[in-house]
Design a protein around this ligand. Structure first.
Ligand code: DX5
Ligand code: ZN
Length: 217
């Protein structure tokens, strides 16, 4: 299994984001949490910040949209050059149309599911997506505890992937530490978002390496 580690800059120093992104060169992508104070009760940044991050980052951007009316806004993030744009099923009117709009603009298309959202309705839509994000906390804030009760969704997804769909990333986000990453990996995740466990560490690159090792232990 190829383990991907995507540190979340939600836990980084917001007034020094260029420097903060430059600290995670051992990561596979930088996870960028866009929040609108509507879909989630927290506010971060929008397309202008993503555009600047794209310009200064040496690793790809993995944009996680936690915004309402996402069918309207998601394609613009793909146009900024993000490698992957992930939107919430709960915020989308037409998940297939939005996924296709993302791919048409050259980005990977990701579908995110809150902890209480069942995965079954989406299993037949997997060919429309490049990544499925199983939230392992309620979206909105860093530093929350991993919800192991979401693991059956990962197992269902992993079991549903046909041989020609194995490149679809199964991502987890929320409460990922050296103590929980192995649980998610065992359930089928291969792409791991980590905010506080990376940016809260004294040695950020060592924290990334530690997560990578713990995922396959
Ligand atoms: C939460 C965000 C996460 C957050 C994770 O809604 O989507 O990406 O940064 O933070 P940790 O890793 O601290 O749980
Ligand atoms: Zn996120």
């Amino acid at each position: 299994m190829t383990v991907r580690i995507h540190p979340s800059i939600l836990s980084a120093d917001f007034v020094n984001l260029e420097r903060e992104v430059g600290r995670i060169t051992a990561a596979d992508a930088v996870h960028v949490d866009v929040m609108d104070n509507h879909f989630v009760p927290n506010l971060t940044f929008g397309p202008q910040m993503v555009e600047r991050l794209q310009a200064v980052s040496s690793i790809p951007l993995d944009v996680h949209l936690m915004i309402a009316d996402v069918d309207r806004w998601a394609p613009g993030y793909a146009e900024l050059g993000a490698e992957c744009v992930t939107f919430h099923a709960e915020a989308a009117a037409d998940v297939v149309a939005t996924a296709r709009a993302l791919r048409e603009r050259g980005s990977l298309a990701g579908l995110a599911l809150k902890p209480g959202t069942p995965v079954e309705p989406y299993l037949e839509l997997l060919p429309e997506f490049d990544q499925v994000l199983v939230m392992t906390v309620e979206p909105g804030f860093g530093g929350q505890s991993f919800m192991a009760e979401t693991m059956p969704k990962l197992r269902s997804l992993r079991a549903a992937l046909r041989s020609d769909e194995r490149s679809i990333r199964l991502q987890v986000d929320g409460g990922i530490t050296v103590d929980t990453i192995g649980i998610a990996a065992e359930a089928g995740a291969d792409t791991f978002v980590a905010g506080s466990s990376v940016y809260g560490a004294d040695d950020v690159e060592a924290a990334i390496a530690g997560l990578r090792a713990a995922a396959i232990a």
